[in-house]
Ligand binder design. Structure first.
Ligand SMILES: *[C@@H]1O[C@H](CO)[C@@H](O)[C@H](O)[C@H]1NC(C)=O
Ligand SMILES: *[C@@H]1O[C@H](CO)[C@@H](O)[C@H](O)[C@H]1NC(C)=O
Ligand SMILES: *[C@@H]1O[C@H](CO)[C@@H](O)[C@H](O)[C@H]1NC(C)=O
Ligand SMILES: *[C@@H]1O[C@H](CO)[C@@H](O)[C@H](O)[C@H]1NC(C)=O
Ligand SMILES: *[C@@H]1O[C@H](CO)[C@@H](O)[C@H](O)[C@H]1NC(C)=O
Ligand SMILES: *[C@@H]1O[C@H](CO)[C@@H](O)[C@H](O)[C@H]1NC(C)=O
Ligand SMILES: *[C@@H]1O[C@H](CO)[C@@H](O)[C@H](O)[C@H]1NC(C)=O
Length: 372
């Protein structure tokens, strides 16, 4: 039994190697700064089965663009294949406007967390110099303000008119210390769970369809085929033909033989030929990943240098006093705040608040699949 099981596993390895030829038809493409490979696909440059549904990109003006079914087109800043995150921006540099019509339904992408904001239209002479407004939505007569504080919204609502209340993705939250959202040019950070190529990417494999009809993902040995340029392809091509012509008879023989052995092996042989995703490994890092950290609210200190919540005038990490215009990041659960660069560095290596040792990762409000 043991031997036949091992042989059947060997048979699986054969299947994998054979399938590798399928991924060779999906070389990595570049568009601007982004390298594009499975699950993404550059429309018109890579065949349909090189990408997962919902991950089609176009290349416009040297920038990869992703069209979300209900939210329009965003430009891609960066794709992190190992963390399954995509960082995007608005081609017209006004993400707040895009958020007013933002709906991820019908797309494979998710937001780590949202916070509800009330948007208000205020006369600009009322708002100017008193409150932070969203510049790209405002004009000379009207200023658009957004706040998550109900009391602030109520306080100004006699002078302003209500536009809407809607969830704003966490990565965009940069609050000024007057409590209003500013339009500092943040990127939109999304992640995806399906297809799950995380483990394959971590192991340096090439993720792709093992069976594109049934959307079964496989992890293929060898690095991504990014460097396989067409000019040096001819020699490789000949080599490939030779190896295939040798490999096919061997594989056919092996398949016949293995099927026979598997058949003898009975129940043990049957179910093992599933080139699906490997189980997730245990957490390898002790810190939080970048998108979780980015999802925590940032704020820029104003003249008052006033921090929200139970916070003093000194950053507990670097022990220097806060200054005007410095960027602060707060941990949502315990409301402890720090210089953004101090806490970001800390959270990359530790998953607990340095002051109270509470673990932000265990809170349900920051559910992020990448935090093991
Ligand atoms: C590409 O860039 C040019 C010049 O910057 C601009 O006029 C054009 O609208 C851009 N095209 C797209 C599709 O963004
Ligand atoms: C490409 O990368 C360079 C340097 O990292 C950066 O300055 C530039 O903005 C990037 N371009 C795009 C379209 O993201
Ligand atoms: C998002 O779009 C879906 C499908 O069009 C719709 O059912 C849903 O109500 C929308 N959600 C919001 C918050 O508008
Ligand atoms: C935002 O408001 C909606 C509707 O009032 C509510 O269902 C949702 O839970 C709120 N989301 C957050 C993150 O508070
Ligand atoms: C400013 O924006 C408001 C609301 O969007 C609009 O009603 C008004 O006509 C705009 N004014 C100017 C001068 O563009
Ligand atoms: C201002 O807030 C009050 C209480 O929440 C509400 O009844 C009223 O409709 C609001 N006014 C405007 C203009 O939104
Ligand atoms: C090929 O790989 C080398 C080393 O990793 C890298 O410097 C080079 O830019 C790559 N070329 C292409 C076309 O991706």
């Amino acid at each position: 039994m043991g031997i036949s099981k091992n042989l059947c596993n060997l048979f699986c390895i054969f299947l994998f190697t054979k399938n590798l030829s399928a991924t060779e038809t999906c070389p990595t493409k570049t568009c601007g700064n982004s390298s594009i490979r499975f699950p993404f696909r550059l429309q018109g440059q890579q065949p349909q089965n090189c990408g997962f549904p919902g991950f089609d990109l176009t290349c416009t003006n040297h920038s990869a663009a992703l069209k979300l079914p209900n939210s329009g087109t965003f430009f891609v800043r960066n794709i992190n294949y190992a963390m399954q995150q995509i960082q995007m921006y608005d081609p017209e540099n006004c993400l707040p406007r895009r958020i007013l019509n933002f709906n991820l339904s019908g797309s494979p992408f998710l937001v780590p967390f949202y916070e509800n904001f009330t948007f208000l239209n205020c006369p600009s002479d009322f708002a100017r110099s008193r409150f932070t407004s969203i510049d790209c939505l405002s004009n000379s007569t009207t200023a658009v303000l957004a706040t998550s504080s109900k009391s602030l919204a109520d306080y100004i609502n006699t002078s302003c008119s209500y536009i809407t209340t809607l969830p704003v993705p966490g990565s965009l939250l940069v609050l000024q210390d007057d409590g209003f959202l500013s339009d500092l040019s943040q990127d939109l950070q999304l992640y995806w769970n399906t297809p799950n190529c995380e483990d394959c990417e971590m192991q340096g494999g090439t993720c792709g369809f093992a069976d594109s009809m049934n959307q079964v993902i496989g992890c293929f040995s060898g690095p991504h085929q990014g460097n396989l340029s067409y000019s040096d392809g001819t020699a490789l091509h000949v080599l490939r033909i030779i190896s295939i012509s040798i490999a096919i008879p061997i594989i056919s023989c092996a398949i016949g033989f293995m099927l026979f052995i598997c058949y003898l092996g009975g129940r043990h042989g049957g179910g093992t030929i599933t080139p699906a995703v490997l189980p997730r490994p245990e957490a390898v890092t002790t810190g939080l990943d970048q998108s979780t950290i980015e999802s925590y609210t940032k704020l820029v200190l104003g003249e008052s240098k006033r921090l929200p919540g139970p916070n003093g005038i000194t950053c507990p990490i670097c022990l220097s006093d806060y200054c005007t215009k410095e960027t602060i990041r707060c941990i949502p659960e315990c409301k402890h705040c720090f210089h953004a660069e101090c806490i970001d560095e800390w959270l990359r290596n530790n998953s607990t608040c340095p002051v109270c040792r509470n673990s932000p990762a265990s809170s349900p409000s920051t559910q992020n699949p990448h935090v093991a």
